[in-house]
Design a protein around this ligand. Structure first.
Ligand code: DPP
Ligand code: ZN
Length: 844
């Protein structure tokens, strides 16, 4: 396979105007007929029309109603080429045969639990019919579906239902029409036995929108939270961005087999059922929050992604970065802004997947999405809410109905604000592959405040910079946080009217996704931890201290010195635990140590064993010195009454659960009893699972019994069973790879279901000590899995390869072991493009 670069973008020679699709769904095969109106980009030019197609059986092809014979076109395993199509506009009719029942890649049309569904982003449509499978081809679609009525009573596609009726032989049909132009990656079809939870949303201009969430009948009770989330998202987008929904119907379908989280197909979102189904007994607070965020995310794509889409896949963060930013803001407004920001920044720092870009087969790249969102956030930081909104309004005004680039977004922000940020970094992720230079960020917004010795923010009246004195604030109103625009390697900013030595609070709210180094002393950091008015930086001060502490203990560990925990640290934790003025979820975050991945990333040579030993040591030490405080925390925050999804209740549970997790690192018998009691009496999954996780920290008979008990209780619920797989897979117990290998043979496991793979094999990558075990057992396991998975589902396999992406960060022994597995993967027969791309890039 050959890598494609951004600079290779070429405008298409032909565009499509209307696309009429007809699906005859069957058990053996499905027949797809398409009728496309084609017109040339340049009138009068005659160039070949190249269509993409993969795993398709061509039945017939007609141009302007006349059937083409072999020789009139050229067909290979990836393309169908018409050498000399007619001049001007013409119709193209193609019939293909496909086999959804055999499609385990879960791209194109496939079956999940007996139902037909589709996934077309990024390049799945080419597995449905021959097409110019690229997002800059935008057309109006009609979709006629016919199928057996009893097996597939529900037939859905994008847009509005125009017609439906019965056919001979127990079959029926439905005709859908989408009035909006769209690229083919947003096409969707669903056919099956499904029922819907129905509701109505009235938009602010009075449009009555029918909302339907489709699942198998038995799951309908678990869709209440998803419906709540959808309505909240619709309202929020109106309130914050002035964006209304544009059709009379919005469908969400939940399917158990799905490569990613969800897909924003126009008016027919298809979701991984993990991100739709929830009940207090079966889903945790984290699941509820994820559902809110992802339902919002996919809904927000209707404007940022669908109405305005990407010109090519190098512009992925145009829609993903922007939409992730929007869902982050939505979740912040629905809960706690600080806690949401902390969670997102932690994710950014701990992400184990590579920041790969430069899509060839472009599988899902969550990491770059999050980074793209950070770039969008910087625009908002620089322009303020109103300026950002003006930029968004102009962006939609200019580009509605078009496929555009990151530069277009940038230009809208700039022009709407007469802003000068010529060097502002673009939102595309430029890969640092040979032939493409890395573009360094050149415009870094640094939000800053200064604390006085009593811990209060000092008023900032002016700043001297580049020979100019700039006054801050307006109408003699002082400001307490200002945004410095750093554009060069070295810059000086001088604040005047400062009466005493301030303690600076730098990069408030994490105003730019950079790694900040400062010469703040430990006592400055403890001061910020105790006093900063910016809650994010309060948390961050604690994290900086923890990182320093962990790194210095790692050095001690490596030199065989005894580990000793600084009493100041224990004191800091104690005062936070006892501070009733603090938000409980904030406390929970503040007493969470940085992840092992984050610490390994800061080391010259990553040492997973040392980092794990140190993190475990600190946790245990804190648990033993603060046992009384942790016990009180558990007692005081136990749930009472019914489960409610709101910040207050979730915060209590979060704090209780982290206290229990700390306690469980002790060997004490009373703690085992406590955890067992919590496990047995829990009335919701959040607390039950936290108790289970606490018990499972220690190997032994109790662990085994409780794991069995949990499985016995929940074996009928595949989403809960996946949690059970994940918990065991991510265990740090030495040699856990053997346990994971055994679980591969568990009757509930299935390599064909992505969620199960992510739980068990992905979960295993969550334990650096086992995944990066020095004997290579983790690498060997992952290598074998990638090769097996690649034959079933290349997208899923390529995600698992990402576990190897940072292999050069480790010592030589590990490097050799990891490299050997990557090479073994590369030499596998019939390797997919997805896996090839990631594996070869890792080795390059
Ligand atoms: N476009 C998809 C989404 O935004 C990719 N996961 O969810
Ligand atoms: Zn998205």
């Amino acid at each position: 396979p050959k890598e494609i670069f951004l600079k290779d973008y070429k405008m298409p020679n032909y565009y499509f105007d209307t696309v009429d699709l007809k699906f005859s769904l069957g058990e053996e095969k499905t027949i797809v007929s398409s009728k496309i109106t084609v017109f040339p980009r340049v009138e009068g030019s005659s160039s070949p029309l190249v269509l993409d197609g993969q795993d398709l059986k061509l039945v017939s092809i007609k141009v302007n109603g006349i059937e083409l014979k072999e020789g009139d076109y050229h067909l290979d395993s990836r393309h169908l080429t018409l050498q000399s199509p007619p001049n001007g506009t013409f119709t193209l009719e193609i019939v293909t045969e496909i086999y959804p029942q055999k499609n385990t890649s879960l791209e194109g049309i496939y079956k999940s639990s007996g139902n037909f569904c589709t996934q077309c982003e990024a390049e799945g449509f080419r597995k449905i019919t021959f097409y110019q499978d690229r997002p800059d081809i935008m057309a109006k679609y009609k979709c006629y579906i016919e199928a057996d009525k009893s097996l597939y009573p529900v037939l859905l596609s994008n847009g509005n239902l125009i017609e439906k009726g019965n056919l001979e032989g127990g079959r029926h049909y439905a005709l859908w029409e989408d009035p909006f132009k769209k690229p083919c990656y947003l096409f969707a079809l669903v056919a099956g036995q499904l029922e819907s939870r129905d509701d109505i949303f009235v938009t602010r201009s009075g449009r009555k929108v029918s909302l339907r969430i489709w699942t198998p009948a038995q799951d309908l009770p678990k869709t209440a939270h998803a419906m709540y989330s959808l309505k909240a998202a619709m309202k929020w987008d109106e309130d914050v961005f002035g964006l209304e929904y544009d059709l009379d119907l919005f469908n969400i379908v939940a399917v158990p087999d799905f490569n990613m989280g969800a897909m924003e197909n126009k008016s027919l979102n298809i979701f991984n059922s993990k991100l739709v189904l929830a009940s207090p007994e079966t889903a945790s607070d984290a699941d509820y929050a994820a559902i809110l965020g992802v339902i919002g995310h996919e809904y927000f794509h209707n404007w940022t992604g669908n109405r305005v889409t990407c010109r090519d896949w190098f512009q992925l963060s145009l829609k993903e970065g922007l939409t992730v930013f929007r869902d982050q803001e939505f979740s912040s407004d629905m809960g706690s802004r600080t806690v949401k920001r902390i969670a997102d920044v932690s994710k950014l720092r701990n992400y184990q997947f590579p920041q790969d870009a430069g899509p060839m087969a472009h599988p899902v790249r969550p990491h770059s999405y999050i980074k793209g969102a950070e770039v969008v956030r910087m625009y908002k930081t620089l322009l303020g809410s109103q300026g950002f909104r003006k930029g968004m309004d102009l962006y939609f005004k200019r580009h509605d109905g078009r496929a555009v680039t990151c530069e277009d977004f940038f230009a809208a922000m700039r022009d709407a604000n007469d802003a000068e940020f010529a060097n502002f970094l673009l939102c595309q992720e430029v890969p640092s592959t040979p032939g493409q230079p890395v573009k360094e960020p050149m415009f870094i917004p640094v939000a800053i405040g200064l604390l006085d010795s009593s811990g209060k923010d000092m008023p900032l009246s002016s700043v001297y910079h580049n020979g100019k004195l700039q006054s801050l604030g307006s109408n003699n109103q002082p400001v307490y946080t200002t945004v410095l625009r750093v554009t060069k390697k070295e810059e000086e900013f001088v604040f005047s009217d400062i009466s005493e030595r301030p303690i600076p609070s730098i990069l408030r709210g994490y105003s730019a996704p950079i790694r900040l180094e400062s010469d703040l002393s430990n006592s400055d950091l403890f001061f910020l931890l105790a006093n900063d008015s910016d809650e994010f930086n309060r948390w961050e001060a604690g994290q900086v201290l923890a990182r320093k502490l962990m790194l210095s203990l790692v050095a001690d560990f490596q030199q065989n010195k005894p580990l000793v925990l600084n009493p100041k640290f224990v004191h800091g934790f104690r005062s936070m635990l006892g501070d009733s003025s603090l938000d409980k979820e904030f406390i929970a975050k503040a007493i969470t140590l940085p992840g092992e991945g984050e610490i390994m990333d800061m080391m010259e040579v990553a040492d997973p064993d040392a980092v794990h030993a140190v993190r475990t040591f600190i946790r245990k030490q804190l648990a033993s010195e603060l046992k009384a405080e942790f016990l009180t925390t558990v007692e005081n925050n136990r749930s009472t009454g019914e489960y409610v999804f709101n910040h207050h209740n979730m915060a209590r549970r979060a704090l209780k659960n982290i206290a229990l997790a700390y306690l469980a690192s002790l060997e004490d018998a009373d703690i085992v009893e406590l955890a067992l009691r919590e496990y047995k009496t829990a009335t919701n999954m959040t607390e039950q699972f936290a108790a289970l996780a606490a018990i499972v920290q220690k190997p032994g008979k109790i662990r085994d019994e409780v794991l069995d008990d949990f499985y016995g209780k929940w074996q009928h619920d595949y989403l809960v069973v996946n949690k059970w797989f994940a918990l065991q897979a991510m265990s740090d117990i030495p040699g856990n790879v053997e346990c994971v290998r055994r679980l591969l043979d568990h009757p509930a496991f299935d390599l064909r279901n992505p969620n199960k793979v992510y739980s068990l094999i992905g979960g295993f990558c969550g334990s650096p000590v086992n995944c990066h075990a020095k004997d290579g057992s983790g690498y060997k396991f992952l290598g074998e899995m990638v090769v097996q998975l690649d034959k079933i589902n290349p997208q899923v396999a390529s995600r698992m390869v990402s576990a190897f992406s940072r292999w050069r960060r480790f010592d030589e022994t590990r490097q050799n072991l990891a490299k050997a597995q990557l090479e073994m993967i590369m030499s596998a027969n019939g390797l997919s493009e997805n896996v090839f791309e990631i594996a070869s890039k890792s080795l390059a």
